[in-house]
Design a protein around this ligand. Structure first.
Ligand code: 93A
Length: 529
C-alpha cells in the first residue's frame, strides 16, 4: 500500500478509453491499482500499475470470483476521511485510501442475450459481485471518492481533478449514476433468473429501472412539468427506437414530439418497401409506399395536406439529397404556395448532402436518426397507481390470413390494397378505419367512440378515391345494415377487411354480397386505445 499517495482503483470489463484514462491519471500523479485484465491492458499501454494482489497479498481466488473483496481494497474506499478512528484503522493496517474508483461490470446482459444465448452456468458466472461492491462502496463514500462507471465521463473526471475544486454536486451526480448502473445491472440479472424459472411465460418480472434521459421543457401542456426516462438496460445495448435516436438538428424535442415521433417511427418501420408516413397527434394521416420515395412523400402529404402541416414525417429508407430537397421545397397542395412545415423528420439514415439540405429548411426542424425497434418488447401504459403490461403488437399482414367470406373474391390488387390498409389501421387509434389503394392511404378516421363516425371521416377524406379502394377496420362491425358496412358499400368500396367475430357477422356478409363487395375476415384485431 502507498499511504499518502493519491490512488485510483480501476477495474473494467469494457476497456474503452482506458489508455486515455490511465495516462491522464498518471500525469496527475495517481498510483493506479487494477485487477488482472485491466492491469495487463494498462501495462501494455506503458502505464505503471499496481496489481490488486500486491495490496491484498492474496491471489485472485475461486476462478476470479474473489479478486477485490478484501479489507485492503474496501477499507481504502469506505474509510471516512473526517473520522479519526477510521484513518487510524487504515494506518494501523497499512491501507491507503482511494480517491478515484473506475469500474464497469461483467457484460451480463450482452452475454445472456447474445445470439444463441449461453447456458445457465455461464450465465451465473457472468454475475459480477466484486464490481458492484466496489461501485456501491465508492458511491456511498462519494464525499471523498469519485466513482465513475461510464467511459463517457472520463473527460469530465479528468477536468474535475485538474480544477481541483471540491464540487459536491459533481460527486453526487456520479454517485447517482453509479447506483443507477448497479440497479440496472441487478434488474437484468433478476429478469434473467425469472426467465430461467418460468421460461418465456407472461408476465415477465418487471424490475427495469428507468434512467433520466433529459428533463423536458414541459409535458403535454405548458403547465405540466415533464421528463423523459429511458429503459436503462435497453438503452445500454441500444435496442433501437425513439429513446436512442440521434438528433442531428433542430429545437429540443418536446413531450408531444416524442409521442408523435414514436408513433411515426413505429408505423413506418412496419413497411418493407420504401415508405413515407406522416403523423399528426400520434395518428398516421398520410402513408404511401413507392419505389420512388419522392413520389411516396408527395402522396403521403396529399392524403391529408391540412393535417400533414406541422406533422412528423418518417421514412424507412435513407434521406438523400433529392428527397431532402423535395421535403424542403414541397408546397402545400391546399394552396400550391405555402411550403410544407414539419416538426420532425425521422429516418434510419441521411446522406451528408441530405442532412445539410434539411438543416437549411428551418432552424427548428428536428432531424432524428433512429434504429428500428426490436420486436417482442414489452409495451407499458400507466394507469392511476400502476402499470399495464402487454406484448407489443408485432403482427404484420404476412402473419395474418385474409379469409374471403363474401361471394365475391377480391382481385390480386384488391387483396394487396386490403393488406396495405390493414397495416395502416394497426397504427391508428381506435375506433380506426383506413381506406387505401395502390400502396397509398387515401383516408382515415381515428379515435371516434363510434365506428360509423370514423368511417364517415375516412370516406370524406378519401373523396372520389373511394371507388374500388380497400377499407380496413381495426375491429369488427357491430352492425351492418343502415350502418357502417352498408355505408361503406354504398360509397363504392371494393373490398373490406375486418377481424370478424361479431354476432352479426352474417349481416356484414349479406350486406357485402348485396353490393357485390369482397369481405375478408382476418381473425385478428388491432385495437389501439
Ligand atoms: O468475480 S467478481 O465478482 N469478483 C471480484 O472480486 C471482482 N473484482 C472486480 N468480479 C470482480 N471484478 C470485475 O472484474 C469488475 O467489475 C470488472 O468488470 C472486471 C475486470 O476484470 P479484469 O480487470 O481482470 O479484466
Amino acid at each position: 500500500s502507498y499511504p499518502g499517495n493519491k490512488q485510483a482503483l480501476i477495474s473494467l470489463s469494457d476497456k474503452k478509453d482506458l489508455e486515455f484514462l490511465g495516462n491522464e491519471l498518471q500525469e496527475l500523479g495517481y498510483m493506479i491499482v487494477s485487477t488482472g485484465g485491466t492491469a495487463t491492458a494498462l501495462e501494455n499501454a506503458g502505464i505503471s500499475v499496481t496489481k490488486v494482489e500486491q495490496l491484498t497479498s492474496f491471489p485472485e481466488m475461486l476462478g476470479g470470483r474473489v479478486k477485490t473483496l478484501h479489507p485492503n481494497i474496501h477499507g481504502g474506499i469506505l474509510a471516512r476521511r473526517d473520522q479519526k478512528h477510521h484513518m487510524e484503522a487504515l494506518n494501523k493496517h497499512g491501507i491507503g485510501t482511494f480517491d478515484v474508483v473506475v469500474v464497469n461490470l461483467y457484460p451480463f446482459y450482452d452475454k445472456v442475450t447474445s445470439t444463441g444465448g449461453i447456458n445457465f452456468e455461464d450465465g451465473i458466472e457472468n454475475i459480477d459481485i466484486g464490481g458492484p461492491a466496489m461501485i456501491r462502496a465508492a458511491a456511498k463514500n462519494h464525499k471523498d471518492v469519485l466513482i465513475v462507471v461510464d467511459s463517457q465521463d472520463y473527460p469530465a473526471l479528468i477536468e474535475f481533478l485538474k480544477r481541483n475544486h471540491n464540487d459536491q454536486q459533481f460527486r453526487r451526480k456520479l454517485a447517482w449514476k453509479a447506483f443507477q448502473h448497479v440497479a440496472s445491472y441487478d434488474s437484468a440479472v433478476s429478469e434473467w433468473l425469472w426467465k430461467q424459472t418460468v421460461g418465456d411465460k407472461f408476465p415477465p418480472s418487471l424490475t427495469v429501472p428507468l434512467s433520466l434521459k433529459s428533463s423536458l421543457r414541459y409535458g403535454e401542456n405548458p403547465h405540466q412539468k415533464a421528463a423523459f426516462y429511458v429503459d436503462k438496460s435497453l438503452y445500454e445495448v441500444n435496442a433501437g427506437g425513439i429513446a436512442t435516436s440521434i438528433q442531428h438538428h433542430g429545437k429540443e424535442m418536446s413531450y408531444n414530439n416524442y409521442l408523435d415521433a414514436d408513433a411515426a417511427w413505429n408505423c413506418v418501420s412496419d413497411f418493407k418497401n420504401p415508405t413515407c408516413v406522416i403523423v399528426k397527434h400520434t395518428n398516421p394521416c398520410g402513408v404511401a409506399s413507392r419505389n420512388d420515395i419522392l413520389e411516396a412523400y408527395r402522396l403521403a402529404v396529399k392524403a391529408d395536406p391540412v393535417s400533414a402541416f406541422g406533422g412528423i414525417v418518417a421514412f424507412n429508407i435513407e434521406v438523400d439529397e433529392a428527397l431532402a430537397k423535395e421535403i424542403r421545397e414541397f408546397r402545400s397542395p391546399t394552396d400550391g404556395e405555402t411550403r410544407m412545415f414539419y416538426e420532425i423528420v425521422v429516418a434510419p439514415s441521411y446522406t451528408k448532402k441530405g442532412l445539410e439540405i434539411l438543416r437549411g429548411k428551418s432552424k427548428t426542424l428536428r432531424i432524428l436518426e433512429a434504429e428500428k425497434n426490436e420486436k417482442g418488447k414489452l409495451s407499458l401504459r400507466q394507469v392511476g397507481g400502476g402499470w399495464l403490461a402487454q406484448d407489443s403488437d408485432d403482427l404484420v399482414p404476412e402473419d395474418i390470413q385474409f379469409k374471403v367470406v363474401s361471394e365475391k373474391s377480391p382481385q390480386e390488387s384488391e387483396l394487396h390494397d386490403a393488406e396495405f390498409a390493414w397495416l395502416c389501421v394497426k397504427h391508428v387509434k381506435s375506433n380506426a378505419i383506413v381506406i387505401a389503394k395502390n400502396n397509398c392511404m387515401l383516408g382515415m378516421g381515428s379515435g371516434q367512440p363510434n365506428r360509423l363516425e370514423s368511417l364517415r371521416i375516412a370516406l370524406r377524406k378519401a373523396g372520389d378515391g373511394v371507388k374500388g379502394a380497400a377499407l380496413a377496420s381495426d375491429a369488427f362491425f357491430p352492425f351492418a345494415w343502415k350502418d357502417a358496412v352498408e355505408e361503406a358499400c354504398e360509397s363504392g368500396i371494393g373490398v373490406i377487411a375486418e377481424p370478424g367475430g361479431s354476432i352479426r357477422d352474417n349481416d356484414a356478409i349479406d350486406c357485402c354480397n348485396k353490393y357485390d363487395v369482397s369481405l375478408l375476415f382476418t381473425n385478428v384485431r388491432h385495437f389501439r386505445h
